[in-house]
Design a protein around this ligand. Structure first.
Ligand SMILES: *Cc1c(COP(=O)(O)O)cnc(C)c1O
Length: 438
């Protein structure tokens, strides 16, 4: 038989119009299809699907990792209706205002700080704070805190970027306040600030000694504490049951400032549970120096991030747990998780899918040793690939040739009686059933 002649790029692209992808993307797909010799209708549609999968899209997190780095850490959402906002307009005077005013004031209130500003992420917050307060001068840091944290945030490199000089004090396992005092007293070191960096994603155990923020408060230089995760208050007033036991050693914004830190920095998308952002809070004078530094312009957040972050801040102020998906996921009861797992198993209705106890983790470079008990479904074999190709994709976890779908993270959006959303359950059940019987 004669091999069929390839169609023209244009006619193939037009034949794929029903997919809903914009024409220029379909032209790319059509070119690829012809190049690969895969231009039959079925083959071309498969390539269209492949292209669609490269777009940013919602996924179902069934991994049990609450802050999954590959899934954007904390779940967030914004309304995509285009609209204007008073981003830099003071509605009371009609004059130009600051984009930092709205959300900054809410975070100052939440942390018990005089002032706060928002930047793009915590790495930017630390870089900006050091540049504003210590450019060309020394920064004293414990050698036990010269760490690398998620996404290549390395303290020595951040220091270099900020133009400050790193002055390591103490040793890898033990640092005392006297080590900081000695550095500050040394005129050659020209120490401008002392920096504390929370060892977010690792632990030093054994013969160790660390300096508490309260001990640094008496130094003659300001103290910056990079607390990282964005736990706002150790008492967790937004949780009806108070703080969970696994939160015990996590530094909190309010308490770190009360202990005497002059500035704190933290991420928006870790335990805070908001969009990617970095927050600098503390003394009004030091926050002002940060906002005046030229780097502040390069790391300022956009209106979408500020809008999402404002929603998060208002939910905390309202103590509205249902509007804080990270904390809803983290504190959901085992009974509720087990009941949801049973409902899912019933819906899958296949002998190789059974209800199972599971272990969820905070993730996202926080609380490295914490495990949170959970319930889910265990399915024989590795079916993660077909689950990933569902729409929306479902991301599961494999251990020992068993696929686990953890209920704790499966539906961060709904809450209360409506959890988990029945559409989510139905979708996961259908996809799992299809994947098992392949
Ligand atoms: C996670 C973390 C950072 C980096 O935060 P990003 O928001 O990812 O830039 C910096 N410092 C500490 C202590 C952290 O835990």
């Amino acid at each position: 038989m004669e091999p069929t002649r390839p169609p023209s790029v244009d006619s193939l692209a037009r034949s794929l119009a029903d997919s809903g992808l914009p024409h220029p993307l379909l032209v790319q797909v059509a070119r690829l299809a012809i190049e690969l010799g895969q231009y039959s209708p079925d083959e071309a549609e498969r390539l269209v699907e492949q292209r669609r999968r490269q777009l940013l899209q919602p996924v179902i997190n069934a991994t049990g990792v609450l802050l999954h780095t590959n899934l954007g850490r904390a779940p967030t959402g914004v309304s995509l209706v285009p609209r204007f906002a008073n981003l830099e307009l003071d509605l009371s005077t009609g004059q130009r205002g600051s984009r930092q005013a709205h959300v900054g004031a809410l975070f100052a209130e939440l942390c018990g700080a005089e002032a706060a500003i928002v930047v793009n992420n915590c790495a930017a917050a630390v870089t900006l704070a050091l540049a504003a307060l210590a450019e060309g001068r020394g920064v004293a840091v414990s050698r036990s805190e010269l760490v690398e944290i998620g996404g290549g945030f390395r303290v020595p490199e951040v220091m270099e970027q900020s133009g400050a000089q790193l002055v390591g004090v103490g040793t890898t396992n033990r640092t005392r306040v006297a080590d900081f005092e000695k550095a500050v007293a040394n005129a050659d070191a020209d120490i401008a600030v002392a920096l504390q960096v929370h060892q977010s994603n690792y632990k030093i155990v054994g013969f160790t000694e660390q300096v508490r923020t309260a001990e640094l408060a008496d130094l003659d230089v300001p103290v910056i504490a990079d607390i990282g995760s964005g736990l706002l208050d150790a008492a967790c007033p937004w949780l009806p049951g108070g703080p969970p036991a696994w939160l015990a050693d996590e530094p909190a914004a309010r308490q770190t400032l009360e202990a005497g830190a002059d500035l704190i920095t933290f991420s928006g998308d870790k335990l805070l549970g908001g969009p990617q952002a970095g927050i600098i809070a503390g003394s009004a004078e030091l926050v002002e120096r940060c906002s005046r530094h030229p780097l502040a312009r390069a790391v300022r957040p956009g209106g979408l991030v500020l809008a999402a972050l404002q929603d998060v801040a208002l939910a905390y102020l309202d103590r509205n747990l249902a509007a804080l998906p990270f904390w809803s996921m983290a504190t959901r009861s085992l009974a509720e998780l087990q009941a949801a797992a049973e409902a899912l198993a019933t819906a899958i209705d296949h002998p190789s899918a059974r209800v199972s106890e599971t272990i969820a983790v905070p993730g996202g470079g926080t609380l490295p040793t914490v495990e949170i008990g959970s319930w889910g479904i265990a399915i024989d074999g590795d079916i993660t690939e077909p689950l990933r190709s569902a729409t929306p994709p479902i991301i599961g976890r494999v251990t020992d040739q068993t696929t686990f779908l953890d209920m704790r993270t499966i539906d961060p959006a709904s809450s209360g009686d409506a959890w988990p959303d029945s559409a989510v359950l139905t979708h996961v059940a259908a996809a799992a059933k299809g994947a098992i019987s392949r």
